[in-house]
Structure formats: structure tokens, C-alpha cells
Design a protein around this ligand. Sequence first.
Ligand SMILES: NC(=O)c1ccc[n+]([C@@H]2O[C@H](COP(=O)([O-])OP(=O)(O)OC[C@H]3O[C@@H](n4cnc5c(N)ncnc54)[C@H](O)[C@@H]3O)[C@@H](O)[C@H]2O)c1
Length: 262
Amino acid sequence: MLLENKRLLVTGVLTEASIAFSVARLAQEAGAEVVLSGFGRGLRITQGIAKRLPTEADVIELDVTKPDDLAAAAADIDSRWGALDGVVHAIGFAPAGALGGRFMQTSWEDVATTLQVSTYSFAALAAAMAPLLKQAGGGSIVGLDFDASVAWPGYDWMGVAKAGLESCCRYVARDLGPQNIRVNLVAAGPLRTMAAKAIDGFSRFEDEWAPRAPLGWNVHDAEPVGRVVCALLSDWTPAVTGEIVHVDGGAHAVGTGAATEG
Ligand SMILES: NC(=O)c1ccc[n+]([C@@H]2O[C@H](COP(=O)([O-])OP(=O)(O)OC[C@H]3O[C@@H](n4cnc5c(N)ncnc54)[C@H](O)[C@@H]3O)[C@@H](O)[C@H]2O)c1
């Protein structure tokens, strides 16, 4: 099986619609052992959702902005497994003031929160887990991106955070490559998750995505994204790092309205 005996930390499971839920489900089906993380008021919700996986997963408390939580999560995994084969970073957050078309009015405080949770945390999580990945002889870190090469309606400072994440991925890949740790992003098309619902105007490009994507697109199905995350966690991409794989039905490759009938 693709992920036989892989020990994985999957962050970002909040609801069954979460991209990370699809990743965790598919990873278990492919033979992996999975531990989830949750935080704050969402922790209890994540614990409830963990029961809906094929095998109930343990949930570690991890607010990725707290160095103590990162250290405690690493210690928990160390005592559980002594090593780690893969990490999924499926974390993003922006305060309302940083989203929804108020780009030019957003305060630095709101921008700082957005960048800390959605960009810096990728490197912080990678740094905390790198010793455990090294202990396994190397491993794979995968994050979730939304194509940051253009400006989108409503996405605003989260778009800036994703542009930063794309660059962050390349630097983390540079620094962890010598330890045989691969670091990649999956740029997903729009999916109807809690994070997406928080973005005013997001529905506009949800509606436009399917007709534009050569392969079509279903905003309710995170499985195509989960499958590619699992592929990147597996041993089948041994020379891929610092990469962004688009899982968006091909929309990134065409201009507006480029998809043709028949
Ligand atoms: N939904 C989309 O359309 C879409 C598209 C491309 C990329 N993404 C990205 O996918 C990732 C997962 O989001 P999702 O769409 O599945 O939504 P989601 O709301 O299900 O997941 C977001 C997760 O971030 C977690 N989180 C927020 N702040 C945190 C913190 N301080 N510490 C730890 N965890 C924290 C939440 O608990 C939640 O589990 C995000 O990076 C998001 O930007 C989403």
C-alpha cells in the first residue's frame, strides 16, 4: 500500500469537509498511522470528527502560533513513535478585517495575524518536526496553497500570505533537503470548507472555477487534493521538493473561459 507503516501528523482537521480530513482518511486507507492536531475551541470538534475516520485517530493539542505547543506536540510524537515520516500543514486563518475587499484598509495587526498563522507557521511546524523526520531517515512535509500568482476577489491578505507560503516552502525545502526531508505544497482549487466560508466573495470564483477548469471542478470534493497530498507523502516522489502541485482541475493552466465543449 502507498503509505504502509508511515507515521503521519495531520494538522487542520476541523470538519468532515476539511481538506485535512480527506488526507487523513485516504492516508489510513493507504496503510498509514495518523495522529491529528486541533486547537482552541476547535479541539473538541476535531476530537469528535476523529471518530469518523476509518480508524479513530488520537488528537494532539497544537496552536501553531505557540512555541510551547509545538514543543509539546513534538515530545508527544517522540514518546509515541520515536520518529515521524510525514507532516501535513493544513492551517490557515485571517481575521475578518484582512479579507473581503478591504485590502487597502487592513491594519498591521490583522495582517500580522494572517501571516503568522498562515505563512510563518509552515516553517515553525517544519522546524519543530524536523528532528523526528530526521530520526526516520527523512520524510515529507506537505502544505496547502491557493494559487498566489494573481489577485483574487475577497482573498486579500490571505493571498499575500499564500504568496509568502510559496516562498517559505522553497526556503524550508532548501534547508531540510540535506536531511532527506522533502517539502512541497499542493495548490488546491476552491473547496467549501469552514475556512473558505469565512471569505466574503469566495463564492464568486467557486462558481467560475468549474466551467474554466479543463477537467471540471467540484467544490464539495476534497478527495482529489487529498490523493495528491498522499502521493507527496509517499516514497513515490523521492526527488520532488520545493514544488507546488496544482490540483485544481487544470484551471491554473488556462485563461478565463478557455475550456471548450466536446
Ligand atoms: N478551502 C479552499 O478552497 C482552499 C483552497 C486552497 C488551499 N486551502 C488551504 O487548505 C488549508 C486547510 O483549510 P481548509 O479549507 O481545509 O479549511 P478548514 O477550516 O477545514 O481548516 C483550516 C484549519 O486551520 C486550523 N487553524 C487555524 N488557526 C490555527 C492555529 N493557530 N493553530 C493550529 N491550527 C489552526 C483550523 O483549526 C482548521 O482545522 C488552509 O491552509 C487553506 O488556506 C483551502
